[in-house]
Structures are given as C-alpha cells and as structure tokens.
Write a protein that binds this ligand. Structure first.
Ligand code: ATP
Ligand code: MG
Length: 267
C-alpha cells in the first residue's frame, strides 16, 4: 500500500461523564479503543458503524478538535499530537471537516459569501477581489450555479441539500488535502444524497482530495468508497477494499450489516 496520508495507531479516547442522580459515581466512556487505520492519498475511505460506535470521535480527533487519550495520529508520517502555532495553522489548512447537520453547521447570520470566505479570511488568503474569485470557484465546484446568485443569500433561504453544498464549498475553499465528511447526507433524501456523493467523487478526482467518509450505511460506503473500515463499540473489526469487505466479511457484525441490507443479503 502507498504511504498513508493519515494514520492512526492504537488511538484510544475516553470521556468522563459526570455523575448523575441515578448513577452515583463518574463514569468513564471508552469512545475509541486502540483504533488503528491507514488512509492512502486519493482514497474515499468509508468508516461504517452504528450510532455511538465512535465514528464522529474518530473524525474529531483527526481534525484536532480534541486530543486522543492515548495513541498516535500522523499526517504524511509526522506526528500531529503536539502541533502548535504556525504548524497547527498549516495543519488546519490541509485537514477539514464537513458535519452531519447542514442546519446547525452554518452560521445563520453569515451570507453564503461570508460563510465560504471565512476560512480565507482566517488564513489571510487574498484581497477581496481574489476571495470573490476563489469563493466563486468553490461554489461552482459543488454545483451551486450561477455562483454569484448565492453570494448574498443566507442559509435559511436554502434547501438542506444546498446548505450541505455550501458546507462542502467552505471545507474545500482552502484546497485541503484531507476532508472528514461526517454523515454528510444523513439529513437529506436519497436523490440529493446521490448528488452530494458525486460532488465528493469530483472533488476527489479533480482536486485530489482524500476523504474519510463517515456513515452508518454500509450501502452508502459500498457506493462511494474504495476502502472500508467497520467500527463496532469503539473498535475496528474489519478493514479492506470495499469489494473484500462486502464479499468476504470476516466479522460477525459486518455479516449482520450485510444481511440486514436487502441489496447485499440473500433474503
Ligand atoms: N463529549 C463527550 N462526552 C462524553 N461522552 C461522549 C462525548 N462525545 C462522545 N461521547 C460518547 O462516545 C461514544 C462515541 O460517540 P460518537 O459520537 O463518536 O459516536 P458515533 O459513531 O458518531 O454515533 P452517531 O452515529 O450517533 O453519530 C458514545 O458512547 C458517546 O456517548
Ligand atoms: Mg456521529
């Protein structure tokens, strides 16, 4: 396998949940237990698992929204745990995240132009005219056209699918190398989901973005991804090419997922 762009080695994340009236003592939740993953450049890598299995936690650790409790994460072989200052800012340019809920992830008071231009402003990229050009291209790359018609609209004036396109434009406006897409279509209907998938595929093939695509749906991962890892209760139980995982599942949980889906199962 080619050198991985993102690698997780024995990554563990525990959370402390505060004591409640019902549960007397503080509880420790193990969200991830020694997770190891290798994502190669150019992959659309699917992370599949049920609710609470640790998918979002994996994404949040990769984009450095929070630190791991133990283990090591690397970008191009370089440890990212201790990044500070300038090197952290560089990392944030390269690695972005798209969130599940396009209704909550966009600031309602920001126009679409301001939403997509914000990362450029944060990273001091270009003057106003250059930013307009870059935002124009980003909106074009997610199929919002004509782009200029969206500049001065607000999130509440858009459909769910259009909002998610804006969120994707914002995530790719700095030309990142790696994007975590956390269930980007779970709030959208099937036909819109297919459109979003084709946008992700285009960004992968035209801009060379590598994706971690998080989903509870093995069918969606099979449709979109070249490699798949199955996560169950904070542990990776299966990794391989999409083909191998679907055709030769090794873990009981993967077999159950396949059986539960009419397209894969025999019944
Ligand atoms: N900030 C937190 N504090 C305490 N526990 C947390 C926190 N974040 C996540 N957890 C717990 O960690 C586990 C994994 O959560 P995570 O959000 O990663 O799951 P998920 O696979 O993304 O689920 P879903 O499909 O519902 O989004 C869950 O048991 C969750 O309750
Ligand atoms: Mg989640």
């Amino acid at each position: 396998m080619a050198d991985p762009i993102i690698k997780l080695e024995d990554v563990t994340k525990t959370y402390r949940s505060k004591k409640t009236l019902l549960k007397g003592a503080d509880q420790t939740v193990v969200a991830l237990n020694k997770v190891s993953l290798e994502i190669a450049r150019g992959d659309i890598f699917g992370l599949v698992g049920q609710s609470g299995s640790g998918k979002t936690t994996t994404g949040r650790l990769i984009v450095k929204l929070e630190p791991p409790t133990a283990g090591r994460l690397t970008l191009d072989g370089k440890d990212i745990t201790g990044l500070r200052g300038k090197r952290l800012a560089e990392y944030r340019r390269k690695v972005q995240m798209i969130f599940q809920d396009p209704y909550q992830s966009l600031n309602p008071y920001f126009s679409i132009f301001d939403t997509v231009a914000e990362p450029l402003t944060i990273h001091a990229e270009g003057n106003r005219a250059e930013q307009e050009e870059t935002v124009f291209k980003a909106l074009q790359s997610v199929g919002l056209s004509p782009p200029e018609d969206f500049f001065y609209r607000y999130p509440h004036e858009l459909s769910g699918g259009q909002r998610q396109r804006v969120a994707i434009a914002r995530a790719v406006v700095l030309k990142p190398e790696f994007v975590v897409a956390d269930e980007p279509t779970s709030m959208l209907d099937a036909s819109i989901s297919i459109q979003i998938f084709s946008i992700l595929q285009n960004l992968q093939s035209k801009m060379g973005v590598t994706f971690l695509f998080i989903t509870h749906s093995l069918a969606a991962a099979w449709y979109l991804c070249n490699r798949i890892a199955v996560i169950y209760k904070g542990e990776i139980v299966e990794t391989g090419s999409a083909e191998d995982v679907i055709k030769h599942p090794r873990h009981e949980y993967t077999r159950a997922l396949i059986k539960a889906h009419p397209k894969f199962g025999k019944t």
